[in-house]
Design a protein around this ligand. Sequence first.
Ligand code: A3P
Length: 297
Amino acid sequence: MDVIEKVDIRDEEGNTMDYSLYKGCSFPPHVVGNVRDLVANCAKLKCRQDDVLLYTYPKSGTHWMHNILNMFITGNFAYAGTASYLEFAKIDVIDNMPSPRLIATHLEVDLFPDDIKNGIGKVVNIVRNPKDVAVSYYCFLSSMKGVGFTGTFDSFLRFYLKEEFFFGNWYGALKQWLDIGKTYPKMKIFTLYYEDLKRNTLPNLKRVVNFLEIPRDEDFCKSVIDNTGFATMKRHHETESKHNEQFKDVVKDGVLPIYRKGEIGDWKRWFTPAQSELFDRVYKERLAKYDLDLVYE
Ligand code: A3P
């Protein structure tokens, strides 16, 4: 049987980061239950043709896209809060959600439900530039308890660049999507870059609608934009987000610290030139064979 390895890394300044390694995948401590059960339950989850699975590497705009997709799917503009995640919600909760289901996940693609890999349901994949993700993740983890990180940004970056960093590391996560046509040719996927969504929202929302094959016209898309702007969502989150069972042990009152800045290029206020060079070097090496044009500012 595959072993669940508990990893507790500690750097020279004494900062620690805990996670579980199982079947080569890394899971932060706040995933639900035992990772072996989680992996088994996810693989056999029964999917439906009208399921939409939102995949993101953490801090890539999951809440933003969840709310956008929810508006398109339900046809109304109510704030939908935080998604139910494959790895944070109990599997029964996911199993019993009424159709059409919108589910989120940060799990590596190999751990997706077999049905999704075989083309039952659709997958929306959001990618954000890794430097802004790093800053957003650092700020997020620094404000959590139990799974938090108490060190400096520099020490966080060293963890973040490790191959075994949470959920397969940002570059590993991206690679799986760049190769997806070969690995899971039947999966129905739509990939969208956070930066494109931010800069050219309307045309990209129309692309989302096309992918979903749902009849929503341009006026509907414009209302979605009005209702999912950063300031609007932040206000809803602060006033309406109630205790969330999925995160009850890791954040105060179960409400996640999500709406920080919502900008492209905030990393420039955090990275020193040396950190930025190191980062560029590591990512260039790791993604050398791909022709990528990521937007950093
Ligand atoms: P920052 O920390 O850079 O501000 P996730 O939902 O995957 O955890 O991602 C959180 C990030 O998405 C945060 O980034 C958050 O501010 C940003 N975000 C949330 N809603 C947004 C919106 N409507 N427009 C742009 N960015 C948004």
